[in-house]
Design a protein around this ligand. Structure first.
Ligand code: HPA
Ligand code: ZN
Length: 345
């Protein structure tokens, strides 16, 4: 069994995927046409050529430009359905999906329009693929907290369809502490909490996300390794990290996959998971991220299995779902070992 087939065969959860970042150029151009809008790029090839980024901000500029083709409930349904189909093919059994409502409401799209499209797609994927899905509303950190508070207020009537809140967009200069009140409010209302931190920003932003916002998982967190006390805290409290290797390389946060901190994170006893972030922009979905990272870093089968198992355990699915998912994972892995032992005889 190669690590590639191990990755392809084992069940897994995706915990860090921005649904707007799964908008492939083909769909972007098709939706521009369907909605009578000027296409953001002359062709699919032109879009892919433009996707050369020197930083997170370079990417975000094109990310917001691209998502402007999303207008109707059907558009959001089609977007999420395409992602969920692709995720199911990768063996994803649970997807906790980020969405950026402020990036749409500020263009005049109603909150209900995008939420209805996304939740309809989740229900269809559950029925068709048995894929369990949930939504995490991300606040855009380049906007102020008043905007986040207003957005959360608009989300509250739909609380039964939103699992948690997160924090994304431009990081440096926009520390987590600016969002203390809205995270406190979300916690009081029973929402699960995550935040992007330590992607480009310093370890202090990871401390803030944990201690001031009270998050249960850190999205990215790669720069946490610069601070031994922080590594100790993350390990001791078993705070999961949703790592996105291809994203980090494409946004020049890490020089190459061969020097990506993922292996060091595992060696330090951190609860790391592998995810795709914005697969339409960064050249790969979940399994691509895992396979390419395992190859480049020389991860052992044990390490690969740990990463995938961590994703199920770190998910916000209820206890019964996680217990069953972990038992299914262990059973599948034992079967694979048995098969291999038999074929080696
Ligand atoms: N970082 C911050 N914000 C984002 C990202 C990311 O990787 N992707 C989409 N929004
Ligand atoms: Zn992200």
């Amino acid at each position: 069994m190669t690590t590639q087939s191990l990755i392809e065969t084992l069940p897994k959860a995706e915990l860090h995927i921005h649904i707007e970042g799964s908008l492939e150029p083909e769909m972007m151009l098709a939706l521009a046409e369907r909605n009578g809008l000027e296409a953001p790029y002359a062709s699919v090839e032109a879009a892919r050529t433009a996707y050369a980024f020197g930083s997170l901000q370079d990417f975000l500029d094109l990310y917001y430009r691209g998502m402007a083709v999303l207008q109707s409930e059907e558009d959001f349904f089609d977007l999420a359905s395409a992602y969920l189909e692709r995720a199911a093919a990768d063996g994803v059994t649970r997807a906790e999906i980020f969405f950026d409502p402020q990036a749409h409401t500020e263009r005049g799209i109603a909150f209900e329009t995008l939420l209805d499209g996304l939740t309809r797609a989740l229900a269809a994927a559950e029925k068709q693929h048995g894929l369990s899905g949930a939504l995490i509303l991300c606040f855009l950190r380049h906007l102020d907290e008043a905007d986040a508070l207003k957005t959360f207020e608009a989300a509250l009537p739909h609380r039964d369809r939103i699992l948690g809140v997160g924090l994304d967009s431009s990081e440096v200069g926009y520390p987590p502490e600016r969002f203390k009140r809205v995270f406190r409010w979300a916690a009081d209302e029973g929402f699960r909490l995550v935040a992007h931190a330590g992607e480009e920003g310093p370890p202090d932003y990871v401390w803030q996300a944990i201690d001031l916002l009270g998050v249960e998982r850190i999205d990215h967190g790669i720069r946490a390794l610069e601070d031994p006390a922080l590594v100790k805290r993350l390990a001791e409290d078993e705070i999961p990290l949703t790592v996105c290797p291809l994203s980090n390389v494409r946004l020049c946060a890490v020089e190459s996959l061969a020097v990506h901190p993922l292996k060091r994170m595992l060696d330090a006893g951190l609860v790391a998971t592998v995810n795709s972030d914005d697969p339409a922009y960064f050249g790969g979905y979940l399994n691509d991220n895992a396979i390419q990272s395992a190859d480049a870093l020389g991860l052992s089968e044990e390490q690969v299995a740990t990463l995938l198992r961590n994703s199920l355990d770190a998910s916000f699915a209820d206890e019964a779902w996680r217990t069953k998912a972990l038992a299914d994972f262990d059973k599948k892995r034992a079967e694979l070992d048995k098969k291999r032992a038999a074929s080696a005889d």
